[in-house]
Design a protein around this ligand. Structure first.
Ligand SMILES: [Fe+2]
Length: 273
């Protein structure tokens, strides 16, 4: 089972950095001691302190407490036409995805993870033809095994965001449309975590899927390494606007759904009941 990527300490840290709130400033605003905030940043689930700081970080209080208690994980997803690969990267793991049209041999790969061996084996076992390789973004963990993937599928076309070029890749922009057999896909620019991060929304399987890279995690998000505001805004614009039953395929942690993220993700309080 793939572990949840972010809990209380990660979420509070990302929100503080994103909003430019120092320990001193957040303590002043919330009347919570710096020691108590430091304990939250170490993962201690102090519900009173969480309730006091959450509004100043624009985080949803009950969802943040849930993250502190580690009491939620999304429903397991089993969907014909999608496989997830979870490979180690330093002290964390990174995901890559194989997507295929169950009615034909057409398939595509999304990111490489740090070792694409298992993915390559499944392509061979299923007798699939990899027509395309799509990159969500070019942070090292997501493209670590790109040379091996390209060498194994020399006829596949490689696609990346025009804002994150890679040698030998076709550059694409927001709105780019593509096909995997009878599956229809559209790329959306969900930048903010990276300068040109793309989300790939694909219809034609039993449920729609969105391969989001690090734009969104189950119960969290990759964080605004380039722009926190843009990361929040582009997620709202292009990911939370997708159908509720869309399966979210993130770059780290388990698969989730738009419906569950609306209910459970502390970064998006406006969707809560
Ligand atoms: Fe990333």
């Amino acid at each position: 089972m793939i572990s949840i990527e972010d809990y209380l300490e990660d979420i509070v840290g990302k929100a503080m950095r994103g909003k430019g709130l120092s320990l001193d400033k957040l303590s002043d605003l919330s009347n919570v001691s710096k020691d108590s905030i430091t304990e939250l940043l170490e993962g201690e689930c102090n519900e009173s302190a969480i309730s006091s700081i959450a509004p100043h970080l624009d985080l949803h209080t009950a969802s943040l407490i849930r993250a502190g208690k580690k009491s939620w994980r999304p429903e397991a997803v089993i969907l014909e036409g999608v496989s997830i690969y979870n490979t180690p990267w330093n002290d964390m793991n990174v995901n890559s995805f194989l997507v295929w049209d169950p009615s034909s041999v057409s398939a595509a790969v999304f990111d490489t993870g740090t070792n694409c061996e298992e993915l390559i084996n499944e392509v061979q076992n299923r007798n699939l033809i990899i027509e395309s390789i799509f990159l969500t973004h070019t942070h090292g963990d997501h493209i670590a095994d790109l040379p091996k993937l390209v060498a194994n599928f020399p006829d596949a076309k490689l696609y990346t965001s025009s804002k994150e070029p890679v040698e030998g890749a076709n550059l694409i922009n927001c709105g780019h449309q593509f096909e995997i057999g009878i599956l229809k896909g559209t790329a959306f620019l969900t930048h903010g975590h990276s300068v040109g991060g793309l989300t790939y929304f694909i219809k034609g399987l039993d449920r729609p899927i969105a391969i989001v890279g690090d734009a969104l995690f189950a119960g969290s998000m990759g964080g605004g390494m380039v722009s926190y505001e843009d990361a929040l805004r582009t997620n709202r614009q292009h990911i939370f606007s997708l159908p509720d039953d869309t399966v979210v395929c993130p770059g780290h942690g388990p698969m989730t759904s738009i419906k569950e993220e609306k209910q459970m993700n502390p970064f998006y309080p406006e969707y809560k009941n």
